[in-house]
Each structure stands twice: as structure tokens, then as C-alpha cells.
Design a protein around this ligand. Structure first.
Ligand SMILES: [Mn+2]
Length: 334
């Protein structure tokens, strides 16, 4: 029996199925969870989705009301995890990715666990591990599950819409290098199943608030400093500036990528003053321009080569000066 049929058999044999995903929910964790939930329902079984925390605001249009949240309803999540006879672990590779409260429940559960994930270095706790580190997203692996367990005829718009969303968000709208021919084959199957992709794009893109756009406009026209010799752009925003534009979490998330879209730009750094410290977001292009070393060595952070985070307890101006002093070292002229 192939692994997909083993997973289907486990679903058919279970009575209390719980679907979990990582903390700091994103499009893929939400999309793969809801896609799997609706697939299980179409198989004639029931399941509940238990997540550590709420879906981000840009997914407000999606019906996430069935998701039980650990940080809002810990008693219910605890009860579900304790009575589960099958737990799905979606879009994470290690038990600590669900946050300490759910981690304790997950590790205490002795039932069958199935990991479906695409992150590197999966831990060995699950009973069945479907880990494909070259897959674009966990949502893509859910489509594989539906297809390879010979259930493609069950795929419909309700199952497919969250899965399309998950692939879309994890691939930066299908542009990242790990998008493969297979990714597009999977997308084709979703469209054939009735997914209205244009509506998903519309709901994701046309979702700005006026204050967010005005803050971004202000940041671009008044606050962007470009170090032309190094091809690096920096934006700083103080807490007063954020307050003036009624800042909400996520409002500055796209700023660094917008700066990076300037032709020839190697790196973009955006920092915002929040809760008394500077939260710094580093983005760059290409393997030859990593930002994680700078984030790690000087700003108590780290991350991916082209996308890192860090912090500073200096003032806005001091942080700016520190960055400007370091940039020539990491992004030499030329
Ligand atoms: Mn993912």
C-alpha cells in the first residue's frame, strides 16, 4: 500500500480526527488544514481543526469559523487532543512549532500521528511521515494525497479553494524557484475541480485599508533612503509615525519587497518602533546577497539568506546610523 493509501486507511479507521498546524498561522497552514478537513468530510468522516492561533487578517474572507484556537479556547482544544485517535500535523516539522501549550498536548497524545509537510529536517515523532522538502507547499501535498489515494473525483471547489490559496501564498504567487511543473499540474487539477482562482486573487490583493496604503505612500515618499553605492534601501518608522497612520500589525509587511522591486536593488531594510524596540525586517535578492549574517551578527536575529528579522534597542536615529555604518561591509560598492 502506498503512503497515500495508508493515510486514507488511517482516516477511515479513526473516530476522532484532529488536524493541527503551526503557530503564527499562514495561508498554507490554514489552506492545507481546511482542504484536508473538507476532503475527510467528503470521505464521509468527521474531523476538527485545532490551531495555536488565529488566521492572519488578510484571510478574513475565508470561512475559518470551524477552527478551534488554543489561545482562545484551550479547554476545547485540550479535550479534542486528549480524545483524538488520529492527529494530523500539517505544515510543520517539529513539535515545538505549535507553541508550548499545544506541544505538551501533542507530545502527551499516544495516538497515531501523521505529518504532512515540506520543511527541512522533519522530526521522527509521527507514525506516518509524508515529508517532501521540494514541494511548494503542504497544500500541494494534500492534492497529492487526494490524487494518489485514487480520490481525485472527490476534489471539488470547497476542498480546492483553500488548497489553491495555500499554494499561492507559499510560492509568492507562483514565482519562487521551487515552483515546479508539478506545482502547475496540481493547480490545473484545482481549476478543473471548479476553483475560481480569479476570485481568490481578488480577495487577497484588493484587501488594503486606506490607512495602510497611506502609511506605505508616506514611507516610500518621505522615509526611503537609498544607499546608491551599495544598492540598499532603508525605511525607518517611529512609533509616532505609525500611530499617525493608525498602524495595524501587518501594515508594513510588504514595504521591504516594494523597495526591493526597484531595479538594481540588492537589499531592503525596514524597521519599525514597536513596544519600545526596533523590529527590523531584512530582505534581499540572490544567493550572493545574504542578509541573515548581518541580522545575526549585529541585530540579535537571523533567518533565511534572503529574508531575515532582527531587533535593536537603540533609538530610531541610532539604529539608522548603525545600519548605515555596517552596510558597506556587507554590501560592498559595485
Ligand atoms: Mn508551508
Amino acid at each position: 500500500m502506498n503512503i497515500y493509501k495508508q493515510i486514507e486507511a488511517a482516516i477511515q479507521a479513526a473516530s476522532n480526527i484532529v488536524i493541527t498546524a503551526h503557530k503564527s498561522a499562514d495561508g498554507d497552514s490554514i489552506g492545507s488544514s481546511l482542504g484536508l478537513l473538507h476532503f475527510i468530510e467528503k470521505l464521509g468522516k468527521k474531523a476538527v481543526v485545532c490551531h495555536p492561533d488565529k488566521a492572519p487578517d488578510f484571510l478574513d474572507w475565508l470561512d475559518t469559523t470551524s477552527i478551534i484556537l488554543m489561545d482562545e479556547n484551550p479547554e476545547e482544544v485540550t479535550a479534542q487532543m486528549q480524545q483524538a485517535d488520529l492527529i494530523f500535523c500539517l505544515d510543520y516539522n517539529a513539535t515545538n512549532r505549535v507553541g508550548p501549550e499545544m506541544q505538551t498536548l501533542l507530545e502527551a497524545a499516544t495516538c497515531k500521528k501523521i505529518m504532512i509537510d515540506h520543511h527541512l529536517n522533519p522530526e521522527e515523532f509521527p507514525t506516518i511521515t509524508l515529508s517532501e522538502t521540494t514541494a511548494s507547499s503542504t497544500s500541494q501535498l494534500i492534492v497529492d494525497l487526494i490524487e494518489q489515494s485514487d480520490n481525485l473525483e472527490l476534489l471539488d471547489e470547497k476542498i480546492g479553494t483553500p488548497l489553491y490559496l495555500g499554494i499561492l501564498t507559499d510560492t509568492g504567487s507562483f514565482r519562487f524557484s521551487y515552483v515546479k511543473p508539478r506545482t502547475h499540474e496540481v493547480l490545473a487539477k484545482l481549476l478543473e475541480a471548479g476553483v475560481e482562482h480569479h476570485l481568490i486573487h481578488e480577495k487577497l490583493s484588493d484587501n488594503n485599508t486606506e490607512t495602510r496604503l497611506r502609511l506605505q505612500g508616506y514611507a516610500m515618499s518621505k522615509k526611503l533612503e537609498i544607499l546608491y553605492e551599495n544598492n540598499v534601501g532603508i525605511i525607518s518608522l517611529s512609533k509616532e509615525e505609525l500611530a499617525e497612520y493608525n498602524y495595524k500589525k501587518g501594515d508594513t509587511d510588504s514595504l521591504a519587497n516594494t523597495v526591493l522591486s526597484i531595479k538594481g536593488m540588492k537589499a531592503a531594510i525596514v524597521f519599525t518602533e514597536r513596544d519600545g524596540i526596533m523590529k527590523i525586517s531584512f530582505r534581499s535578492k540572490g544567493v550572493e546577497n545574504p542578509v541573515n549574517v548581518l541580522a545575526k551578527e549585529h541585530f540579535n536575529g537571523g533567518g533565511h539568506a534572503n529574508a531575515s528579522g532582527g531587533m535593536s534597542d537603540l533609538t530610531v536615529d541610532e539604529t539608522l546610523e548603525k545600519l548605515k555604518g555596517l552596510i558597506p561591509q556587507y554590501f560592498p560598492k559595485g
